[in-house]
Design a protein around this ligand. Structure first.
Ligand SMILES: [Zn+2]
Length: 181
């Protein structure tokens, strides 16, 4: 009797919350709309949810790390282009147009790096595309540039590529989770 009373009271409470993420829930909700926890599910379903959450956390963490590495690569790239073109302009060419172009390129990589916090896939894909376009167009203009800093180029492309791959996998996983809720 007493038990029944407290149970009814709990359901009628205004703050009916998800037992996984504490978000406020509709008392009729089968699943939490935020985290997908099967609030009205069986114990097995609940423990399955927790097991999945741990797995996904690891996946997300790994993807997040690779996206961060790609972002840092962009910041470093932007810095190198800026310093290098500044040096070239001051000590060698004194060509203001070339400096302006390089400054815009450097700035673009900075912006794309910053944008990758919000939209990792779109930002990193754009950055990879921009970087490869630059290498190819420089190569057409002067084929010897293709071999300049070849190792660095391979490193940058592989870091950006891994970031793109991880951001894509991350988004797919998010989408999958949204669909199963
Ligand atoms: Zn929840």
């Amino acid at each position: 009797m007493d038990d029944k009373y407290t149970k009814t009271e709990a359901i009628e409470q205004k703050n009916y919350k998800c037992s996984n993420c504490n978000i406020e829930l509709n008392k009729e909700a089968q699943f939490c709309p935020s985290c997908g926890f099967p609030e009205k599910g069986t114990d097995l379903e609940k423990s399955k949810f927790h097991a999945h959450a741990v797995l996904n956390k690891n996946k997300y963490f790994d993807a997040d790390k690779k996206v961060k590495e790609a972002r840092n690569t962009l910041y470093i790239l932007a810095g190198i282009i800026f310093v290098f073109s500044l040096y070239e302009t001051v000590y060698k060419t004194e060509d203001a147009t070339l400096f302006t172009i390089n400054f815009i390129i450097s700035f673009s990589f900075m912006i794309l790096g910053y944008w990758s916090i919000k939209k990792p896939l779109a930002a990193l894909l754009s950055a990879l595309f921009l970087y490869i376009t630059l290498i190819v167009s420089n190569g057409i203009f002067d084929p010897t540039t293709l071999y300049n800093g070849l190792v660095a180029k391979i490193f940058i492309i592989s870091y950006l590529g891994r970031g793109v791959y991880s951001a894509n996998a991350y988004q797919k996983e998010l989408h999958k989770n949204e669909n199963t809720q």
